[in-house]
Design a protein around this ligand. Structure first.
Ligand code: TRP
Ligand code: ZN
Length: 853
C-alpha cells in the first residue's frame, strides 16, 4: 500500500477550469445505475490545457467533448483529458453500484431507497467532476426508476417535469436555480409517507414543506415539521434571513453516517433526528431534533448561499451554523441549560481532542482524509470562536457584520478570513489578534491570581498556549474574559468583560468595601482552561449567589470535582475517604431552591462525569478516580436521601420536561444510595407513558446494578424489538454497564436480530458508546476493552471507513493514562496500522497517534 498523503491549506490554487452548468441523468438500478453528465466547462486559468477531474469507484462508459469521443487517461482517483478547448461541453457516462456501497458516501441504498451523501467528497463517486466547493454550477437532474417501487424521485430545487416511461418506469426532472458546489447535490428515490405543510415567508412567499419518512411513521414526523417552521420564523426574526426556494424537503433515512445534511432544498436526515413520539422518544431526543432541523435549515444561508472556498474553511459554515443553532435553541428554550450543554461538549470532548494526536486549529492546515475533520474542534470550538466575536461586537455589531458578509459574498465560495473581515469592517473593532484563534490549536490556559489592599481588588491574568507539533509557535490570543464580582452578602458589584490580549495583565477594581468573590470566565466566555485556586467558601458563595445560572453550575462542578480529587489523594495516601459537610450542604441548597430552573438543578445533580474529570488533569490514576467518584456520589446521595425523595415525589405529579429531568436526576442518585429506591424505579417504569421516564428508570437501575435491572431490560426488549431507534437506547444501556460481564454481553448483542454492523446508528449505540461512554470497562487494566473495540474496527475498516475512524477516537487519546494502559492501547493501534488494506480515514488517526512518541 502506498501511504496516503496530506493536503495543505497553503497549497490552495484556484481551479484551472470552472463548470457553470451540469445536466445529470440517472437511470436507477441497484447494481448498475447509469449516470450521464453533461457539463459546460470553461477555462479559468490562462495556459491550462489539461482537464483533471476527480472520480472514484466509477466504471467509465463514455467521454465526449462537444459531442465527439476523445482520448483520456485514468489515474488513481482522476480522469485526465489533455488539450481541451477554452469552452466546451463534456459528456460523461459512468456506471455505479449503489447496492454494494456500504460506505454511505455517493449514491447508496438505505433500506430499499436510493439516497446520496456528497459532503465532503462523495460526488466524485457519482461522476467525474471538479469535486471542490469553489466550483459552483447550476444543476438540472432527471431521475428514472420503476414507478411502483420508487414513486418519489427527488432532487434539489424545483420540480420542472415528470412523466411515464416504458416498462413501468417513470421520470422526474428537477432544476436548482442557485449555483452550488457538488457537495450540496442530492438525490432520493423511494416510497415514503409524506407529511406536508407550508410556510409563508415575511415577504409573503408560500413555501411548500415536505417531510418524507418510512411507511408507517407519519405520526412521528410532526415534531420535525414544527421544528422546521420554527427555524424558518426564527431566522427571519433574529437574522433577517428568508428562505429562497418554493419547496423545502426533508427525507429521513435509516443508514446515515452523521446527523443530517443540508443539501440545497433537499435535506437528508438520519431518522434519529426526525422521528419522535412521546412513547418512543425522550425529551432529549425532541430537543436534538429541533436543534438539528434548525442547524440544517440555517445552513441555507451560512453554507449554501455563501459556501466554503476549500475544505480547510469548513468552520466558516459549521462553526457559524452551530452558533446559530445554539442561539435558536436558547431563544426558544432555557438559555442557561443550552449553554451548559455546549460547555460540556467543549470540556468533555473538545479539550480531549485538542490535547490528543488529532489536535488541529478550527481551520486545519493539513488534512489526509477530509471526513476526519468534521470534529468537535471545527464545529463546537468553531462555534465558541463565533460566540467570542458576538461577545466582542455585541448583538447589533454582530448582526451588522452578518449583513455585510452577505452583501459581499452571497453566491460566492469564501474563507474564514473573509468572514472576520466583514465583522471587522462592519464594527470598526480591530480583530487582527483575534484571528489567531483560527490558526492556533490546543487549549489555552488562563491562570488567575488576585489580591486586595486599600479597597482595590486586583486580578492578574496570564495566558499560556500549548505548543502543537506541526504548527508554528503560538502567540497570545485575544481572550474575552467575563467577570462578575460579588460582595460579602452575595450581591453583584461589578459585571465586566475584560480583554486579555497580553501574556500577562493586571486589572484593577478600586473603591471596594471588602474583598469580593470573583466569578471568573462567566458563561465560559472563551474556550480556555481556567486555573484559579478557589476556596470552598468562595465556591459555596458562587453556587448560591452568582448572577448567572451557568456560573452557579460551574461553581458546583468545581466544588464536586475538588471533593472527588481530594479523595483520589486520600486513596493514594492510604487515608479514609470522606466528604466535607459544606459540599452536601451546598448541594442541598440547590436541590431545595424553588426558584432555580429544574433542568439546571438536574444538571447539578448529575455530578461531573469521569470523562470531564479526566480533562482536568495531566495524568490520571483511573482506578482511584473511579473509586473516588463512586464514593462521593454514594455519600452525597445517602446524605441527601430524604430531600431527594421529597423532590422526586413533588415532581412526579407534574407532567413537563423540567419535572421529568429533575425527577430522573433524583432517582439516579437515590438508586446509588440504597436498594430501597428500587421500588420507586419499578413503579416509575411500569407507570410510565413516555420514553423519558421509562429510560430514566432503566438507566438508574442499570447504573446502580439493582436486581430488577435484568427483568426490566428484558421487558423493554420485548416491547421495542421492532423499533430500531429505541433498540439503540437498549444497546447503549447494555454497553454502558460497568460490570465485568459487559464485554461478553456486547459480543452476544452484536448477534442480536436488531443489531447490524452495516447500520451506523446500531454501531454507535453498542460499540461507540462502550468506547466513549464506559471508561471503567473500556479502560480495563487487562486491555480487553481496547481489544474489543479493535476487533470491530477491523471489521468496519473497509465497509465503512468514515464510521470506523469516528469511533476509534477514545483509543488514540491515551496520553493521560498509566504506562500499562498506554502500552495496551498502542499495541491495538499497531495492530490496526499493520492491516494491509487500512483506510485513509483510520490511517490518518492511527498513524498520528503512534507518531506522538
Ligand atoms: N454538513 C453536515 C452538517 O453538519 C455534516 C455531514 C452530514 C457530513 N453528513 C456528512 C459530513 C457526511 C461528512 C460526511 O450539517
Ligand atoms: Zn452543519
Amino acid at each position: 500500500m502506498t501511504e496516503p498523503t496530506a493536503k495543505h491549506l497553503d497549497d490552495y490554487r484556484v481551479s484551472d477550469f470552472l463548470i457553470s452548468d451540469i445536466e445529470l441523468r440517472f437511470e436507477l438500478a441497484p447494481a448498475a445505475t447509469r449516470v450521464t453528465a453533461i457539463s459546460q466547462i470553461q477555462r479559468q486559468q490562462t495556459g491550462a490545457t489539461e482537464l483533471v477531474l476527480d472520480g472514484e469507484q466509477l466504471e467509465l462508459e463514455r467521454v465526449a467533448v462537444d459531442g465527439r469521443d476523445v482520448a483520456y487517461r485514468l489515474e488513481p482517483g482522476k480522469l485526465i483529458i489533455a488539450d481541451v478547448p477554452e469552452r466546451f461541453s463534456l459528456e460523461l457516462v459512468t456506471l455505479i453500484d449503489p447496492a454494494a456501497n456500504s460506505s454511505l458516501e455517493g449514491l447508496y441504498m438505505s433500506d430499499g431507497a436510493y439516497c446520496t451523501q456528497c459532503e465532503a467528497e462523495g460526488f466524485r463517486r457519482i461522476t467525474y467532476f471538479l469535486d471542490r466547493p469553489d466550483v459552483l454550477a447550476r444543476y438540472k437532474v432527471r431521475i428514472e426508476a420503476p414507478k411502483a417501487e420508487f414513486p418519489f424521485l427527488l432532487s434539489n430545487g424545483n420540480k420542472v417535469d415528470a412523466g411515464e416511461l416504458e416498462g413501468g418506469r417513470h421520470f422526474v426532472s428537477w432544476e436548482d436555480p442557485f449555483p452550488k458546489p457538488s457537495y450540496l447535490f442530492a438525490l432520493v428515490a423511494g416510497d415514503f409517507d409524506l407529511l406536508q405543510d407550508s410556510f409563508i415567508t415575511r415577504s409573503g412567499r408560500n413555501v411548500a414543506l415536505q417531510v418524507f419518512v418510512d411507511k408507517g411513521n407519519l405520526h412521528k414526523a410532526h415534531h420535525a415539521m414544527a421544528s422546521l417552521k420554527k427555524s424558518m420564523a426564527w431566522d427571519e426574526s433574529r437574522f433577517g434571513l428568508e428562505y429562497d426556494l418554493d419547496i423545502y424537503m426533508i427525507v429521513a433515512v435509516d443508514f446515515f453516517n452523521m446527523g443530517a445534511m443540508e443539501n440545497k432544498g433537499l435535506n437528508i436526515f438520519n431518522t434519529k433526528y426526525v422521528l419522535a413520539d412521546t412513547a418512543s422518544a425522550t425529551d432529549e431526543d425532541y430537543h436534538g431534533i429541533e436543534s438539528v432541523v434548525g442547524h440544517e435549515y440555517f445552513h441555507n444561508w451560512t453554507g449554501n448561499r455563501v459556501t466554503c472556498r476549500d475544505w480547510f474553511q469548513l468552520s466558516l459554515k459549521e462553526g457559524l451554523t452551530v452558533f446559530r443553532d445554539q442561539e435558536f435553541s436558547s431563544d426558544l428554550g432555557s438559555r442557561a441549560v443550552n449553554r451548559i450543554h455546549a460547555i460540556k461538549v467543549i470540556k468533555n470532548q473538545q479539550f480531549a481532542e485538542d490535547a490528543g494526536p488529532m489536535a488541529h486549529p478550527i481551520r486545519p492546515q493539513s488534512v489526509i482524509e477530509m471526513n476526519n475533520f468534521y470534529t468537535v474542534t471545527v464545529y463546537n470550538k468553531g462555534a465558541e470562536v463565533i460566540r467570542m466575536l458576538h461577545t466582542l461586537l455585541g448583538e447589533a455589531g454582530f448582526q451588522a457584520g452578518m449583513k455585510l458578509y452577505f452583501e459581499r459574498h452571497d453566491g460566492q465560495a469564501v474563507t474564514c478570513d473573509d468572514f472576520v473581515a466583514a465583522m471587522e469592517d462592519a464594527s470598526g473593532i480591530d480583530l487582527r489578534q483575534f484571528r489567531r484563534w483560527y490558526s492556533q490549536a490546543g487549549t489555552p490556559v488562563v491562570t488567575v491570581s488576585d489580591s486586595f489592599d486599600n479597597g482595590c481588588y486586583r486580578l492578574k491574568l496570564s495566558q499560556q498556549q500549548p505548543r502543537i507539533k506541526g504548527l508554528s509557535d503560538p502567540l497570545p490570543l485575544h481572550i474575552p474574559f467575563d467577570v462578575e464580582l460579588l460582595g460579602e452578602g452575595g450581591q453583584s458589584l461589578i459585571n465586566r468583560v475584560l480583554d486579555l490580549t497580553g501574556e500577562e495583565q493586571v486589572f484593577e477594581f478600586p473603591n471596594l468595601a471588602q474583598r469580593p468573590v470573583p466569578s471568573l470566565l462567566q458563561n465560559f466566555s472563551a474556550p480556555v482552561k481556567l486555573k484559579y485556586d478557589f476556596s470552598t467558601e468562595q465556591l459555596v458563595t458562587l453556587m448560591r449567589h452568582a448572577g448567572s445560572e451557568v456560573a452557579r453550575w460551574e461553581a458546583s462542578v468545581e466544588l464536586f470535582s475538588r471533593a472527588i480529587w481530594g479523595n483520589v489523594s486520600k486513596l493514594a495516601a492510604g487515608d479514609a475517604m470522606g466528604v466535607d459537610s459544606r459540599v452536601a450542604d451546598a448541594l442541598r441548597a440547590v436541590l431545595l431552591d424553588p426558584q432555580l430552573d429544574r433542568e439546571l438543578v438536574a444538571e447539578v445533580l448529575a455530578l461531573p462525569s469521569i470523562n470531564s474529570l479526566i480533562e482536568q488533569v495531566e495524568t490520571v490514576e483511573l482506578d482511584a478516580l473511579l473509586a473516588a467518584r463512586r464514593f462521593v456520589v454514594e455519600e452525597l446521595a445517602s446524605e441527601l436521601a430524604d430531600e431527594l425523595q421529597a423532590r422526586y415525589r413533588e415532581q412526579s405529579v407534574l407532567d413537563d420536561a423540567p419535572a421529568r429531568a429533575l425527577k430522573n436526576a433524583c432517582l439516579a442518585l437515590l438508586c446509588q444510595a440504597s436498594a430501597e429506591a428500587e421500588s420507586l424505579a419499578l413503579a416509575q417504569y411500569h407507570g410510565s407513558n413516555n420514553m423519558t421516564d421509562t429510560l430514566g428508570a432503566l438507566k438508574a437501575v442499570m447504573a446502580a446494578e439493582l436486581e430488577c435491572a435484568e427483568p426490566l431490560m428484558a421487558d423493554f426488549e420485548r416491547k421495542w424489538n421492532a423499533t430500531p431507534l429505541v433498540m439503540d437506547k437498549w444497546f447503549t444501556l447494555h454497553a454502558m454497564a460497568e460490570d465485568d460481564a459487559v464485554l461478553t454481553r456486547i459480543d452476544a448483542l452484536s448477534q442480536h436480530p436488531a443489531f447490524s454492523l452495516s447500520n451506523p446508528n446500531r454501531v454507535r449505540s453498542l460499540i461507540g458508546s462502550f468506547a466513549a461512554g464506559n471508561p471503567a470497562q473500556f479502560h480495563r487494566p487487562d486491555g480487553r476493552g481496547y481489544e474489543l473495540l479493535t476487533g470491530y474496527l477491523i471489521k468496519l475498516n473497509s465497509a465503512n471507513p468514515q464510521l470506523a475512524a469516528r469511533i476509534v477516537t477514545p483509543l488514540i487519546q491515551f496520553a493521560k493514562f498509566d504506562a500499562v494502559r498506554q502500552e495496551k492501547m498502542k499495541a491495538c493501534l499497531g495492530q490496526l496500522l499493520a492491516m494491509p488494506d487500512l483506510s485513509r480515514d483510520l490511517f490518518e488517526k492511527v498513524s498520528k497517534a503512534l507518531a506522538t512518541d
